[in-house]
Write a protein that binds this ligand. Structure first.
Ligand code: ADP
Ligand code: MG
Length: 481
């Protein structure tokens, strides 16, 4: 898009996000939920849609949906209902999807993003629905096969208001949403396994003005960067169409990540095309105020709250708190270290630099770390109290991480403890003063910078083990005699 078109138009974006809830079984039957596996092995009369089969709602799915909704600040309704949404597709054996329509489980929440100022994005609704099966187009020549293992897997759909104003903002929202869902522990949020799927609605309007109306919906967005790219592409396409005096047709577009373009899939269905009607076989979901309150009381601290608490309680700079709180487990790990060392900033430095560096090199997550926070805290303590130097600390860290041994044992075995014994340090002072008489004379004649050279010799003489602070005191005392 040209700069001029950018200036004239602004994007209006709303997202619909499907999140697979981490239940053991499906939404309306006891079939196991798992990724992959032989096709059509986790199916039963209910998810196959056989006549006479009766769906029964999975209580854990309901609870996780409530957790999701409360975490997004929504109002959870004591009564919600399921409906049938009809459409014909080979992977939909019943000919309809059981979803929530005009009485969803929750409405009216919000999520704040930082861009860089705070922006509040409203959440219109959160509802429960079952997933469809999967069409496999690559198994047999010219045929499409259907795998119904995924049919009936529980999803929540999260629908935003059209409050997002740029593709980058949509991306920031998705990052924040994923982080929030991970904090809530309602889903593994793994996009590669389809646990988190995004559809994006977009229209353009004159900057700050009223919407020009028609919007399109982008599907087949397999990563957050695809969402952002597809929205960039579609903003430009709509701006060109309007710029040429044309109109944007409401339609559903499929994003092709390899070609970097979208193509039309169909003109957009309206609600009436689905012939929604109440699901007669599933009674309304009825939640007591007490149950909702108890789920609310058990919610974890949310990312933004954790971030500000880390800053306040441990005196951390904003950057540290933001990285540490990106992952709830990382933040917990850091806190365990900091509580033991009593030094927040030093603990944060060690976790952000050494722990994250070590994990990143190995492609590991904080949950896979082979040593405990207490082990790292012990090592940090040895550096803070001067038992070992910072340099020795780094090397002890590597050995500790690889071998699982504790820091004290490594320090003892490798003789890394700093020497703070005056008698021993005086021996090194004697050696250096005797070996460099010219430098000593120059220092005494006023060349203060020679001190650094002599100090370097002393450290070398001690093979790096002299406690630098004490060594420098004793050397200076001797030279100033
Ligand atoms: P439908 O009833 O067709 O599903 P909704 O009005 O419920 O449409 O909105 C579906 C999604 O489209 C929501 O995420 C919403 O934010 C988004 N949306 C609504 N109006 C617009 C618009 N003018 N431009 C972009 N997105 C929009
Ligand atoms: Mg939907």
């Amino acid at each position: 898009m040209s700069d001029a078109a950018h200036a004239r138009h602004e994007a209006v974006i709303g997202l619909e996000i499907h999140v697979q809830l981490r239940t053991r079984t499906k939404l309306f039957c006891g079939d196991t939920v798992a990724f992959g596996g032989a096709p059509n092995t986790r199916v039963c009369p209910v998810c196959l849609g056989l006549p006479g089969a009766l769906p029964v709602v999975n209580a854990l799915a309901v609870e996780l949906a409530v957790r999701t909704a409360l975490g997004l600040g929504c109002t959870v309704h004591e009564t919600s209902r399921f409906a049938r949404k009809h459409y014909f597709y080979p992977d939909l054996p019943k000919g309809y999807q059981i979803t929530q329509h005009d009485e969803p489980i929750a409405t009216g929440g919000s999520l704040d993003i930082r861009r860089p100022g705070e922006r509040r994005i409203r959440i219109r609704r959160v509802h429960l629905e079952e997933d469809a099966g999967r069409s496999l187009h690559d198994r047999f020549d010219g045929c499409t096969a259907v795998d119904l293992n995924r049919a009936g897997v529980p999803l929540v759909e999260i629908v935003t208001e059209p409050d997002l104003r740029s593709p980058a903002e949509a991306r920031a929202f998705l990052d924040r949403l994923k982080q929030t869902l991970q904090y809530l522990d309602v889903s593994d949020c793994d996009m590669e396994k389809g646990s988190l799927r995004v559809d994006a609605n977009i229209s353009i309007r004159a900057s700050g003005g009223a919407s020009s109306g028609a919007r399109t919906e982008l599907k087949n967005l397999n990563s957050f960067s695809s969402v952002e790219r597809a929205l960039e592409w579609e903003t430009a396409r709509q701006a060109r169409a309007v710029g040429k005096g044309g109109v944007v047709e409401p339609e559903t577009l499929l994003w092709d990540a390899d070609r970097g373009e979208a193509r039309s899939m169909r003109s957009k269905e309206s609600g009436s095309d689905y012939r929604y009607f109440p699901e007669p076989d599933v009674p309304p979901v009825s939640l007591s105020a007490d149950l909702i309150a108890s789920i609310a009381a058990a919610l974890p601290e949310m990312p933004a709250a954790k971030e500000s608490r880390l800053r306040a309680s441990y005196g951390l700079p904003a950057g540290d708190a933001s990285v540490l709180s990106a992952d709830r487990h990382l933040a917990d790990w850091f806190e365990a270290v900091a509580q033991q060392t009593g030094d927040g900033k030093a603990s944060s430095n060690w976790v952000l630099t050494h722990v994250l560096g070590w994990l990143n090199q190995r492609g590991l997550s904080i949950n896979e770390i082979p040593f405990t926070p207490a082990r790292l805290a012990e090592l940090i303590g040895l550096v803070l109290d001067g038992t070992i130097s910072v340099t020795a600390g780094r090397s002890v860290f590597r050995e500790m991480a690889e071998s699982g041994k504790n820091a004290r044992d490594i320090v003892a075995a490798r003789g890394l403890a700093q020497v703070r014994d005056d008698e021993q340090i005086e021996v090194w002072v004697d050696t250096v003063v005797a070996r460099y008489p010219d430098e000593v004379m120059r220092y005494r004649a006023g060349a203060a910078q020679v001190f650094g050279f002599l100090m370097g010799r002393l450290m070398k003489e001690s093979a790096g083990t002299a406690d630098p602070r004490r060594a420098s005191e004793l050397l200076r005392r001797r030279l100033d005699e």
